[in-house]
Write a protein that binds this ligand. Structure first.
Ligand code: ZN
Ligand code: ZN
Length: 208
């Protein structure tokens, strides 16, 4: 047997599998009867990190409401992702919540067989390697993690800010400036300006 390993996202999915077991839905029975349906309804505490969506510790409250429908070529997944996802502001590093209201309509392909010819002209059956961005049924499972991850990540604003007016952290003392002014002299912190200042200063003026 070859190789679900070839498929896109397998590594990532394997790493995340412990936390996201609930997102791996068995579809063996569903596939036995074409055009049968199954409802999948889940509540997950989700957060956003550098590596994508992860299970947040008690923060985030995302509701998934999907319908899986079997089809001769795979499983169609339609539905909604709603609720709040835990985020971190890139300017002040504080946690905040981003509202989600997303429609999902994606297709998980059945991994097919294709005929492969080797260099000696012999034919054999091998697993077809799907396009890199395809969702594929693996081991009679639909892993909704990849879909949920893609849908949420694509929906988020590029700038992840707790508010458009976020003042960020003081570069001198690290204080969150949204909570108040720390009193630091931040004018002198940029070394490029320091160098320029030194050039503009007359000699012997160091103590001034
Ligand atoms: Zn902020
Ligand atoms: Zn400060």
């Amino acid at each position: 047997m070859t190789h679900p390993d070839k498929y896109f996202g397998k590594e990532r999915v394997r790493v995340m599998a412990k936390e996201f077991r609930a997102l791996r839905v068995p579809v063996e029975n569903l596939q036995k009867k074409v055009y049968s349906r199954e409802r999948v309804s889940l509540d997950l505490p989700l957060g956003i990190g550098d590596q994508g969506v992860f299970e947040a510790r008690g923060k985030g409250d995302v509701h998934l409401e999907f319908v899986l429908e079997s089809n001769p070529d795979g499983i169609r997944v339609t539905g909604k992702i709603g609720g709040w996802v835990a985020m971190e502001c890139t300017r002040c590093l504080e946690a905040y919540q981003q509202e989600l209201d997303l429609e999902v309509d994606e297709f998980y392909r059945r991994p097919g067989l294709e005929v492969v010819e080797d260099i000696e002209g012999r034919f054999s059956l091998d697993y077809e390697v799907p396009e890199k961005d395809a969702y594929v049924i693996e081991d009679e499972m639909v892993d909704l993690y990849v879909l949920v991850n893609d849908a949420i990540i694509l929906s988020l604003p590029i700038k992840r800010l707790c508010s458009l007016e976020c003042r960020g952290l003081c570069p001198v003392c690290g204080e969150n400036l949204n909570r108040g002014e720390c009193g630091c002299d931040r004018e002198v912190i940029d070394p490029r300006w320091e160098a320029l200042k030194a050039l503009l200063k007359p000699r012997g003026d160091d103590d001034a």
